[in-house]
Structure formats: C-alpha cells, structure tokens
Design a protein around this ligand. Structure first.
Ligand code: ADP
Length: 389
C-alpha cells in the first residue's frame, strides 16, 4: 500500500512516498520558494529550478515525476491509497489521526488563530491534494495530538477560568517527533511502562516527559515560544518583560513578537542560530558563544530535573533532531553533574555514537541515554496506515 506524506509550509512542500507496512521510501523531496522566481523542486536525484507558482504546480511536478521518470514509480496516481498531512494545530479537538471531511477542514480553519503561520499552509496542502489525488483518502496527523494526554494539572494555566474555557491552555508541539522517538525507545527497552524524557533539539526545541507511553508534560505551551532556549526564540521569560517593552520602551506588539520569535535565543546570545557556528566560535575562545552553550544546556537540565521530579524517576533520556542527534557538546553539557539523578553519559560513546547504535549510556548510569534520529514522515505514514488498514 502506497502512502504519500505531505508537510506543507507557506512557501514550501516536503513530501515522502512510502510503501507500507515496510515503510520503504520510494520518493523523498521538496518544493521550496513556491510563489517566488527562484523556486526549486527536488525528488530523489531529480531536480528542476524553475518558477513554481502554487502548491498545485508543485504537486503536478511530483505526479509528473512519479509517472514519467526514467523508471516510473507509479502507473497511475490512483495507486496512492492515502495522503497523510502534517497539521500543526489540532486544538482540543484532534487527539488522533483523522480522516479529512468538510467539518474537519472547518475546524482546522477555526484553529488559524492559534497557528497563524502553519495551519493555513497545511490547509492549502490538503485542498490541493484533494484535487490531485482525488481517489486517495486524505488523513490529517496533528503535531499537538500526542500532548492531549497531558493531565489538567500540567496543561492548565493559573489564570482566570474563563480563559481556560476559551481554549487558553498548554497544547505543546513537536508531538509527532516526541511520539516517534518515545516509541522507538520503548522498543529498545522492550517495555512501555517506563519514564522517559525526549529532547527534540532542532531550530525549534522542546522537551517532553513521557509516562507509560503518553505525554505527561512538555515545555512548549499555548504557542511554540515557551520552555527551552531555541535558535531564534527566547524560551521561558518573565511575562513582565513584555509589558515593560510595550509600555515603557514603546515597542509594538508586532515588534515584540518578532523579537521573541526571530531575534532571541541563540541568535541573541551568540550572534548565530546555527549551533555549528556557535560551537566553532566557542572552541576559538569566544566568550559569548561559550556562555550561550552553557545557558542552552542549562535550560535543558532544569527541565530534566523538573520532569524527573514529576515522574518520580527516569528510565531513559532521548536526544533527537539536528542538535540532539549531532552535537556531542550539547549532550555533554546537558547531562553534566547529573549523577545525583543517576544520569551519566559515556564520553567516548558520546563522541562516536553511531558505533554504539546511539546508546551513549555511561557505565554507572542508572538512566539509559539514547540518541534516536527522529522521522516525522515515517511516523505519519505509520499512523495513517494503522487508521486505514
Ligand atoms: P529544524 O527544526 O529546522 O528541522 P533541525 O532539526 O534540522 O532543524 O536542526 C537544526 C540545528 O541542528 C541547527 O542549529 C544546526 O546547527 C544543528 N546541527 C546540524 N548538524 C549539526 C552538527 N553536526 N553539529 C552541531 N549542530 C548541528
């Protein structure tokens, strides 16, 4: 059974075609800078650089490739049984992968106010795929869904209740990634009744406490700015700073959004949001870069402590995404001096994790420490497969 996974951004479209249930990748690629003059389309080793006006044009390029490449991958697009769409915000409504109907689209539209950058683009992807793959089932998989299991004491804010009733609560994000790596960790440990912390450290970053296979708490909240320090987002700050900027320093609300979303985090601390540059600068003695790395790892440690206390223990700590998978420096700093919690990495394994299948647990560590590469597309394909098969 062939399942196409789409991740639509406002000017991009990432795709992977899977043969399920083996999860063999038949095609992987993306269209980027859609609507601009310098668009690019890549599918496996095929690449074109020509203007792509719309998401529909991008999907036409994909179908042309699938049907007409030197060795056609499909005889007919009707071979695609289902299209799985990553949808960022599912609000309180969506806790499972969901077959897309008119009502589901209306609800995704209602949630535009909660995810103004993402949900509109996700809906464009859905409506385009409905036209082009009209025989396929269209399924939405939500990035917030995994976190709907977070209990009320962890998802409610201590503000007047009418706001809670209006939907102001912790939603959490990166759910598809946290769910994927936590399940992989369950497989590695051969059990599901365990206490995990999953650290998704990419440009955006979040940590999740996963108790018995379910999200129990997470660092992102109502929006994606809270919690860990990120590439360009501040993570936790004192709310009074916002009012001070607004009222005393006369910044507009749009300015503040821009500052906290795009000008903060590692970019503000070290002058770059690319961790590789920061590591190089720190190695060359740059004090700002050194401090930025200590602060970055420090917020991770704070949440390791918080979540371990909440779960009354920890069986495994999981590192994933660009930084989690690749930066031995961050993994080292984030786990330093945690032997009190039973957390110790093996410095040699941490430097050569591939040689040890990502298991970097130290000899005396009570907690297992794994690097597990995330694969959101595969997770979407398997959730879609389970729903329709
Ligand atoms: P996104 O959230 O955009 O998907 P990624 O998961 O790809 O982001 O992570 C991007 C981050 O990973 C960047 O800060 C990048 O510098 C960092 N990164 C990628 N490779 C390495 C590496 N080899 N060493 C350190 N950091 C890395």
């Amino acid at each position: 059974m062939k399942i196409l996974v789409l991740n639509s951004g406002s000017s991009s479209l990432k795709f992977q075609l899977f043969e399920m249930p083996q999860a063999t990748v038949l095609v992987k690629g993306l269209a980027e800078r859609i609507g601009e003059k310098t668009s690019r389309f890549v599918a496996n080793d095929f690449e074109v650089n020509e203007p792509i006006a719309t998401h529909k044009d991008a999907l036409h390029l994909l179908t042309d490739y699938l049907l007409d490449s030197k060795q056609p991958i499909l005889k007919d697009t009707s071979e695609i049984a289902a299209v799985g769409h990553r949808v960022v915000h599912g609000g309180n409504t969506f806790v499972q992968p969901t077959v897309i109907t008119g009502q589901v689209k209306d609800k995704i539209r209602e949630l535009f106010s909660l995810a103004p950058l993402h949900n509109p683009a996700n809906l464009t992807g859905i409506e385009t795929a409905e036209e082009i793959f009209s025989n396929a089932k269209q399924i939405a998989v939500f990035d917030t869904a995994f976190h709907q299991s977070i209990p009320i004491e962890n998802h409610k804010y201590a503000i007047p209740n009418n706001f809670y009733e209006a939907g102001i609560r912790k939603y959490g994000f990166h759910g598809i990634s946290h769910q994927y790596v936590s399940r992989e960790a369950n497989k590695l440990l051969g059990r599901k009744d365990i206490k995990l912390i999953t650290l998704h450290l990419g440009n955006g970053a979040s940590a999740t406490a996963v108790l018995n296979g379910k999200s129990f708490d997470t660092t992102m909240g109502f929006g994606p700015m809270n919690g860990l320090i990120m590439g360009t987002r501040s993570g936790d700050i004192d709310q009074s700073i916002i009012f001070y900027l607004l009222e005393k320093l006369n910044y507009s609300s749009a300015d503040i959004q821009n500052i906290l979303n795009k000008q903060s985090g590692m970019k503000a601390l070290a002058g770059s949001n690319d961790l590789r540059d920061i590591e190089t600068a720190a190695n060359q003695g740059d004090k700002r870069a050194q401090l930025a790395l200590i602060m970055y790892a420090g917020t991770i440690k704070k949440y390791i402590g918080n979540f371990t206390a909440q779960m009354n223990g920890l069986d495994a700590l999981i590192f994933t995404a660009g930084i989690g998978e690749n930066s031995d420096v961050v993994r080292d700093l984030a786990t330093k001096n945690l032997s009190f919690l039973g957390i110790e990495i093996d410095p040699n394994k941490n430097k050569n994790p591939k040689k040890y299948q990502g298991d970097i647990t130290g000899k005396n560590s009570k907690v297992k420490i794994f690097i597990i590469p995330t694969n959101e597309e595969k997770e979407i394909a398997s959730q879609v497969y389970q729903l329709i098969y």
